[in-house]
Ligand binder design. Sequence first.
Ligand code: CUA
Length: 314
Amino acid sequence: MTPHIQSIIHPAGIAAARVSHLWWVMFWVCTVVWFAVAIAALIAINRGRRAASAETSDARVSRSVTIAAGITVVTLIALLFESVLTGRALNGLRTRDALRIQVTGNQWWWDVQYENPTPSLRVATANEIHIPTGRAIAFDLLSNDVIHSLWIPNLQGKIDLVPGRQNELWLQADKPGVYRAQCAEYCGLQHAKMALVVVAEPESDFQNWLTANRASAHPPVTPDQQRGKDVVERGPCAMCHNITGTLAGGQSAPDLTHLGSRSTIAAGSLPNTRGYLAGWIADPQHVKPGNRMPAPGLNDEQLQSVLAYLESLK
Ligand code: CUA
């Protein structure tokens, strides 16, 4: 699917369209004001030179000041009005049949849970959110450590993820596509490498994705993949990562059950290819210094098997 340029002025949903509209209104109003002020300043300089000796009329100066102040007040009130209207329109997205997705901020990755009253129908993933187009989405936003902020510029404005409280973000994607999103609140050393991918797709594709992601991890097929699974289950990986259907049940790091189907690793920092994955696992502190993943200390053979296994987790 087409990756879109990450930009608020390329809206792909109704909420983002309102934000973008407000931005353009402010841009054009400020442009007109800037030119008006520049022209007035030039005229004043010119007049001042010509009539340096002539007497200035106090009445005329005070009339000009009143007119300028009046225009300023009217312009600011108009912008305020437009801004309030935009806020109301963004709130208008709330509906009961929205798809609810819980997103939890962590230093420095995103935990994503598709809620469902039936536990077996829940889906857990990380750093990649799939949503259906043409349907309201409600994000329940939480944080496990510090304040983060979820910003998907093509789809909606940003909102903070605050420890100890739940915030909500509503949006709707109208155009299918891949949208880059990122943390927009400084949250520590690797704030810049706390990105994520939002994939908006037609409802049927989304349902297929959901069904595929409800399943347990694919069992290993080749002996190499089996060796990789053994290393993951018996080594340090399983302490933090979960792979549903295996002995790996850690809950403090990104869920890896369907890692092979995701497009990035390390929270949008690197493409999910074998080479980058190898570099990440061999030395996570080189890619994102300060992150919570220590080098698991695998030998070459173990590393290759782990890569083969992780790649098979489609
Ligand atoms: Cu999380 Cu910045």
